[in-house]
Design a binder for this molecule. Structure first.
Ligand code: DQA
Length: 142
């Protein structure tokens, strides 16, 4: 399977950004770690990160022809981007929403995900393990 992992704003600062919440590993560490997991064997996993909403939407649209599934951490866009929600429902590519931190046990505004209903599942609070769980979910689903 061809899987696209999309990370939204500020996730390029992983390792530096609030390590007590997001851990000390960088986004690159996370990508390398996922590639090494046996569940990733035989699958093509492509990583993309952007701080810009339109770029994230452009990437989601590429999945119509190029990818079988999406692992999506939209960062703060999770909580208010109806444009990203519409992109997921438009392409119909199976998408798993992932958050490193537990969005339900933090500030009130983080408890809302406007994209959740368009995803096949939401995984939150498992750190990098959440990306692996998302991969397994997509493999089982597709
Ligand atoms: C996040 C949670 C969001 O609320 C936050 O804005 C992020 C990261 C997470 O992975 O825990 O940027 O998506």
């Amino acid at each position: 399977m061809n899987i696209l992992v999309i990370n939204g704003p500020n996730l390029n600062l992983l390792g530096l950004r609030e390590p007590e919440i997001y851990g000390s590993e960088t986004l690159e560490d996370l990508g390398n770690w996922l590639d090494e997991q046996s569940d990733a064997d035989g699958h093509e996993i492509t990583w993309f990160q952007s701080n810009h909403e339109g770029d994230l939407i452009d990437q989601i649209q590429t999945t119509i022809t190029l990818f079988d599934g999406i692992i999506l951490n939209p960062g703060a866009f999770t909580h208010y981007s109806y444009a990203i929600r519409d992109a997921i429902s438009s392409v119909k590519t199976p998408t798993v929403e992932v958050h490193l931190s537990d969005i339900n046990s933090r500030e009130e505004f983080r408890k809302t995900s406007v994209i959740k209903d368009e995803c096949i599942s939401q995984i939150s609070g498992l750190g990098k393990q959440g990306y692996l769980e998302a991969l397994k979910t997509l493999i089982n689903y597709i």
